[in-house]
Ligand binder design. Structure first.
Ligand code: HEC
Length: 138
């Protein structure tokens, strides 16, 4: 009986570990949903940089912007709860707007085939993931 319980606990633990590594599907929370789109778009972006395929970049990031619009609406209604420093919403909003601008520039540059510009924005976006997560994600 004890062993069965341990087995179930281990399975549950393995399940959360996998979920934390790669969210499998869009979540109900609009911010998590946006992050799921952003995560997929960003990974595709790395491939596009390495393989020099600018045409693959814009589509997934346009989906991110659609998801972001839903997050912004929820943020305005006070429906977003940040796992860490939830009282620093203004700072969150600023970082969020900054990454929004970078995504718009990224889409423009990719459509022009300006891969140098794409690369610079990739670095900026990546810094943004880490910076914002350090402050607002537990
Ligand atoms: C403006 C802030 C901000 C930026 C920029 C940001 N994130 Fe996030 N991200 C968050 C917050 C806050 C959470 C935690 C959401 C929660 O647990 O409710 C999160 C969660 C996530 C998650 C986990 C989602 C889940 O289902 O638990 C992934 C994956 C993720 N972000 C990827 C990225 C990537 C990749 C980038 C950069 C390209 C990025 N994020 C940029 C704020 C940000």
């Amino acid at each position: 009986m004890k062993r069965l319980f341990l087995g179930i606990a281990l399975l549950a633990f393995a399940g959360t570990a996998i979920a934390a590594e790669a969210p499998a599907k869009p979540a109900a929370n609009p911010l998590k949903d946006e992050m799921w789109h952003l995560n997929a778009a960003f990974k595709g972006l790395i491939d596009s940089l390495v393989l020099q395929t600018p045409g693959d970049i814009a589509g997934p990031f346009e989906e991110v912007l659609k998801a972001k619009a839903k997050t912004d609406a929820a943020l305005e209604k006070g429906e977003i709860w940040l796992p860490k420093n939830n009282d620093r919403k203004d700072e969150f909003r600023k970082m969020d707007e900054e990454s929004h601008g970078q995504i718009e520039d990224l889409i423009k540059n990719s459509k022009k085939g300006d891969m140098k510009g794409v690369q610079e924005l990739t670095h900026k976006l990546f810094d943004g993931c880490v910076r914002c997560h350090n402050t607002f994600r537990r």
